[in-house]
Design a binder for this molecule. Structure first.
Ligand code: SF4
Length: 458
């Protein structure tokens, strides 16, 4: 394990399966000749089979965006990072890549900076000249192309490249994370769009965004990606301390830059969050646990939607031609269940209305029971207590009885857990909390659009 941890820094010779990585040296160290004799894939497979599952589960090379994907939806993370299922990129993602590439070109001085025409020319040469499977029609392709040119022209006008002292473009970095709980070493890697040296001698990290929505300043101040970038840069160049380093998100569609500063504390918080997420992923992988889908509005942009357990039944249903085959039993069961549920909801609402009317009648007429052909309804007075624990404590504590009523309370424990030191928290999780999973059914009576009605993943 130590050997692996030591050598994770360089020359990755990877098979990114289960989020695990090994260095070339680690591979060679384990078997110096095997890799010369076997094809690369067979060699790696043989090697992985020979490694202990402990090693495979503890080391992880990952990126901020992969961890973000996990937080957004564990099932999507599994498709993308563990199963490595190739996915069609969205229009926005592909568009962003071309714009980023042109901006990268714009700041390359060889020895003169490119003109605005040359920058747009770079974009034009790389951008697809005709519709393809991403930009499906000429109208869509042209709309994205024109938007790219518009962005580049306004960016160039507002940010002539000769006005900046650019230290790095698309700078790669890695942050080593040591998990003290299990001595595992992980690597968090990333790429920073631009690093500038400012005229006052300080530095600025800039990440370009092609998103439409401008986040709040508060969101930028707590943005984990920027905190991680700051950490990565400080690791690479320790003289760029928190005091002289600014982090910025540049929103290209609006030509707006939102900046913020990072404290050493925020860096530690990022690392802790990242380690917690990594540890959760490792536990799920090691325990062969489910990576649950988390359906949300983002599903319409997820390329794995037709494969996703939360959606594939809908796709399968649409694909079945009802005239070809009898409906599946599950269709009848679902239909009846939803109809009953709907009835239940309707009844519940009506029951509330009727109850209110009955209570009102009883009050007005001074009766405690009303009779019908099928039976009768009685009114009863029930008592509910609310306890004033401050007063109760004052009374019980002097006679030594206060402790007797301090029963363990799950809700309080859950909130206390957030404040406890990591070690105590882990102990509680290991020894004090028994986790049981159970299946529950939740019903939504909302109509879901068919896959054909939803525009293809954007
Ligand atoms: S479709 Fe939605 S729930 Fe399914 S994997 Fe994608 S994001 Fe997750």
């Amino acid at each position: 394990m130590r050997l692996l941890a030591r050598l994770l820094h360089s020359h990755y010779y990877l098979k990114r399966s289960s989020g695990v990585c090994l260095s070339r040296k680690a591979v060679q160290g384990l078997d110096p000749y095997l890799h010369l004799l076997m094809p690369r894939t067979n060699f790696l497979n043989a090697l992985y089979t020979s490694l202990s599952s402990e090693i495979l589960q503890t080391a992880m090379r990952t990126s901020y965006s992969a961890l973000q994907t996990y937080t957004q939806c564990p099932q999507k993370y599994k498709f993308q990072e563990i199963d490595r299922i190739p996915a069609k990129k969205s229009k926005e993602a592909v568009f962003g890549t071309y714009v980023h590439s042109a901006l990268n070109f714009m700041f390359k001085q060889t020895p003169l900076f490119p003109t605005v025409e040359e920058t747009c020319g770079h974009f034009r040469i790389n951008f697809p000249a005709s519709p393809n499977d991403v930009f499906e029609t000429e109208a869509i392709r042209k709309a994205y192309f024109d938007e790219g040119v518009r962005i580049l022209k306004s960016f160039y006008k507002k940010n002539p490249p000769w006005n900046f002292s650019v230290l790095g473009l698309e700078t790669r970095f890695e942050v080593i994370l040591e998990d003290e709980k299990n001595s595992a070493t992980h690597i968090l890697a990333g790429k920073i769009d631009r690093i500038d040296k400012l005229s006052d001698g300080t530095y600025e990290i800039i990440d370009y965004k092609t998103a439409k929505r401008l986040p709040s300043q508060e969101a930028v101040d707590s943005d984990l990606q920027l905190s991680l970038y700051a950490l990565g840069v400080q690791k690479k160049w320790p003289h760029m301390s928190s005091e002289n380093l600014k982090v910025s998100l540049y929103f290209l569609k609006h030509q707006e830059k939102l900046s913020s500063l990072r404290t050493p504390d925020s860096g530690q918080r990022v690392l802790r969050n990242a380690l917690e997420t990594i540890s959760e992923i490792s536990t799920r992988t090691a325990g062969n646990k489910q990576f649950e889908p988390m359906p949300s509005a983002l599903c319409d942009y997820c390329p794995y939607k037709p494969l996703c357990p939360a959606w594939k039944h809908l796709y399968r249903k649409r694909a079945t031609n009802p005239t070809d085959s009898a409906p599946l039993p599950i269709d009848d069961i679902t239909k009846e269940y939803l109809a009953l549920k709907k009835e239940d909801q309707k009844n519940g609402k009506r029951m509330d209305e009727l109850q209110a009317k009955i209570k009102e009648y009883m009050e007005r007429e001074g009766v405690t029971r009303v009779f019908g052909d099928e039976g009768y309804i009685s009114r009863s007075v029930q008592t509910r207590h609310s306890y004033r624990f401050d007063k109760i404590r004052e009374i019980l504590e002097p006679i030594g009885k206060w402790k007797d009523i301090l029963d363990a309370d799950e809700k309080k424990l859950r909130s206390l857990m957030k404040e406890l030191p990591e070690e105590t928290r882990q102990k509680l999780i290991l020894y004090g909390i028994e986790t049981r999973e159970f299946i529950a059914l939740k019903v939504s009576l909302k109509k879901i659009k068919s896959p054909e009605e939803v525009s293809p993943a954007q």
